[in-house]
Write a protein that binds this ligand. Structure first.
Ligand code: PLP
Length: 369
């Protein structure tokens, strides 16, 4: 079965074999060397002064950032389930929250953000996704972050880049916390989250010094010494070092960014050419989301039963009306091609459109343009 869901992504054999080696203790110089290497590579990738690795899924890092960086009022951008989650975290900690809520296909605008900031001078943090995975949309994160910092440089900008880290270059100049997760573009099993911090972000978490398991001040102190406050997710850290070796072996992260972009655009063009509608108004590169109220779940079923392809459906009200196809990670072009071809075959099978190989042709023309 080809796993083409936007998280979890497949774990390569190289990484699986590396993680299959005998367990080592986390308080040893042997593990600290792995940790130091993973941290160095992450700092290079994110271009931020500090990077933390936590034993948690992505939501744990989201929670840690809200707690560590926001004390008065959070402005959360909600264009889907993950944006909504930041508001729920604020609520759980009794932090005041104001939300900008849009349809799941609609990115936030800078004007909306400035309007809310002007009306709510107590706001001390903003949260946003680079890619809101509920509908696969790309928020204008860089523009929003710049506008927030122009308005008030003390407002913390918390960015969930769980489906953007390792997918595309993110300009972090106005970002204070950048969040990643092991099970997305890093092609690792779930269980480790990543937080990049700006200088201002570091100051803030040190000054707040709040929380227990997710106390980012405690983590900073430990991780600066190449260890973790609690037991580290050792296997995942070792897997991450291997991921970076794999990235190097195929030409570095810029090559991955370029390939991912080509695959995403080729996939979108191919599917549009066979009559499919792209769901978000501004699609992210991490995934292609197709909207088809009548057939999305039938297409998904046929992909699974007849062509061994596993793509994701939607959540909540979009459960049966969208399909999400992953582009994160290192993916062989023949596999991506298999997926678009299988979708065209599924359309034929369902009597929607006669198969003529169009998706294949358009994919290849775009990819090799
Ligand atoms: C996957 C994902 C998360 C993390 O969810 P977990 O299940 O906690 O790992 C958060 N934000 C986005 C945008 C995601 O795609």
């Amino acid at each position: 079965m080809l796993l083409f869901t936007p998280g979890p992504t497949p774990v390569s054999e190289e990484i699986r074999l590396e993680m299959a080696k005998p367990t080592i203790h986390h308080r040893t110089s042997e593990f600290e060397a792995y940790f130091a290497q993973a941290q160095k590579k992450l700092k290079e990738l994110l271009k931020m002064p500090e990077v933390l690795m936590l034993a948690s899924s992505g939501s744990g890092a989201m929670e840690a950032c809200v707690l560590g960086l926001c004390s008065k009022k959070l402005l959360s951008i909600n264009s889907g389930k993950f944006g909504e989650r930041f508001g729920k975290i604020a609520k759980a900690y009794a932090i005041e929250n104001v939300e900008i809520k849009n349809n799941w296909d609609t990115p936030v605008s800078v004007e909306e953000v400035l309007d809310i900031l002007q009306k709510n001078p107590e706001i001390d943090a903003l949260s946003i996704q680079v890619c809101e995975s509920a509908g696969g949309l790309r928020h204008p994160v860089e523009e929003v972050a710049r506008a927030v910092k122009n308005f008030n440089p003390d407002i913390m900008v918390i960015v969930d880049a769980i489906t953007a880290m390792g997918v595309e270059e993110i300009d972090v100049i106005h970002i204070d916390a950048l969040i990643g997760g092991s099970q997305k573009a890093f092609m690792l099993p779930p269980g480790m989250s990543i937080i990049g911090l700006s200088q201002k972000g570091i100051q803030k978490v040190e000054q707040r010094n709040i929380g227990f398991y997710f106390n980012l001040k405690t983590e900073l102190k430990n991780q600066r010494a190449n260890t973790t406050a609690w037991t580290a997710p050792t296997t995942l850290v070792i897997g991450l070092v291997k991921y970076f070796e794999q990235v190097e072996s195929i030409g570095g992260i810029q090559t991955i960014y370029a390939h991912t972009k080509k695959r995403a655009i080729a996939t979108q063009s191919a599917l549009v050419s066979i009559g499919m509608k792209i769901y978000p108004k501004k699609p992210a590169l991490a995934m292609t989301t197709i909207f088809n109220e009548t057939y999305a779940s039938d297409i998904r079923k046929v992909l699974k039963s007849d062509f061994d392809v596993n793509v994701a459906g939607g959540q909540d009200e979009l459960k049966t009306s969208i399909l999400r196809i992953n582009h994160m990670g290192i993916i062989a072009i023949n596999e991506a091609l298999w997926v678009v071809n299988a979708i065209e075959l599924a359309l034929d099978k369902l009597g929607i459109r006669k198969f003529d190989g169009q998706a294949n042709i358009v994919f290849l023309q775009n990819y090799f343009a």
